[in-house]
Design a protein around this ligand. Structure first.
Ligand SMILES: C[S@@+](CC[C@H](N)C(=O)[O-])C[C@H]1O[C@@H](n2cnc3c(N)ncnc32)[C@H](O)[C@@H]1O
Length: 283
């Protein structure tokens, strides 16, 4: 992994590789909820100028671009940018660029809304999340007064390897705990946003799921190398550890305990959702 990838995408996942399979595995969750949040801003959605930070392969922008006046995107991965450009064609109201969301090139007070979807956990390696504050200050800077920041992230409960919403995490407990450590707890995130002068902070649980249907219905799907390449949680494991986890899943398939775990995780997701959108207004 070269230094540029480390700085602008993720310190632990090579997204240029992950994006070769990403769209086959995942779907953008929270689209309806995000549009609802944007509709509460003082200016009609169709007149809004929106930014997405860390847009990945562009799935959110490709949906939301039809509702807003202009949409901008900043992404650290060249593969992500290429795939997003292919999706969007020459859409006149879409403006995508390579960059680092910790140091945006836009002028102050540029956007009515700024969204980041499942990006926060890639910003920091240190336990007190110093880059999170850099990100929040940059967000505040580029938002217009009254503009809204939306952070689509996950809670500690959702990520828990035994009680959470991802059934395969039980088999990769070490990686699940490493992942939890990358996600700032929601209460702490809200506290930092308050300190940095964001107001009207709300949490919304997206109704849609994060992965494609197969993940929830077919246990063998999570054994496939492509699935594991597309989910950054596997970056915390060696190949040997991944093979051990796969072997444990295969064993548990024999007495149907994998299916029981899948059912438990599904029930849990129905109750607490798979992600959380934290939204707040710049004052
Ligand atoms: C889990 S992916 C989410 C992609 C997309 N938002 C989605 O939900 O489909 C995390 C994304 O954040 C990007 N990213 C992480 N840190 C970044 C940074 N400092 N600047 C720009 N992009 C960054 C990664 O390259 C990757 O595309």
């Amino acid at each position: 992994m070269n230094e540029k990838i480390k700085l602008n995408t993720s310190p632990y996942c090579n997204y240029n590789k992950a994006f070769t399979v990403y769209d086959q595995l995942r779907q953008p969750n929270g689209l309806r909820e995000l549009l609802q949040i944007f509709k509460q801003i003082d200016i009609p959605v169709e007149k809004q100028k929106i930014l997405e930070g860390g847009f990945g392969t562009g799935a959110y922008i490709d949906y939301i671009r039809h509702d807003v006046k202009e949409i901008y995107g900043v992404e650290g991965s060249t593969e992500g940018l290429e795939q997003a450009l292919q999706k969007m064609g020459n859409a006149a109201n879409v403006h995508l660029q390579l960059g680092n969301i910790l140091s945006l090139t836009f002028a102050d007070d540029s956007f009515h809304a700024y969204m980041v979807n499942q990006v926060l956990h890639h910003l920091d390696t240190e336990p007190d999340y110093p880059n999170l504050n850099v990100f929040l200050k940059e967000s505040r800077r580029v938002l217009k007064p009254g503009g809204v920041l939306t952070i689509n992230t996950s809670s500690q409960e959702q990520l828990d390897p035994h009680l959470g919403v991802y059934w395969n995490y039980k088999y990769i407990e070490k990686a699940a705990h490493a992942m939890q450590a990358r996600y700032i707890p929601i209460d702490e995130l809200i506290f930092r946003m308050e300190q940095l002068q964001f107001a009207d902070i709300q949490t919304t649980i997206p109704s849609e799921k994060i992965f494609h249907e197969h993940y929830y219905n077919d246990p063998y799907f999570a054994l496939e190398p492509d699935f594991q390449k597309g989910d950054s949680v596997y970056s915390f494991l060696s190949q040997e550890e991944i093979e051990e986890a796969n072997a444990r899943i295969r064993l548990d398939l024999e007495d149907a305990s994998v299916q029981e775990e899948m059912k438990r995780a599904d029930d849990c997701a129905a109750e607490i959702g798979e992600a959380v959108i934290v939204s707040a207004r710049k004052i």
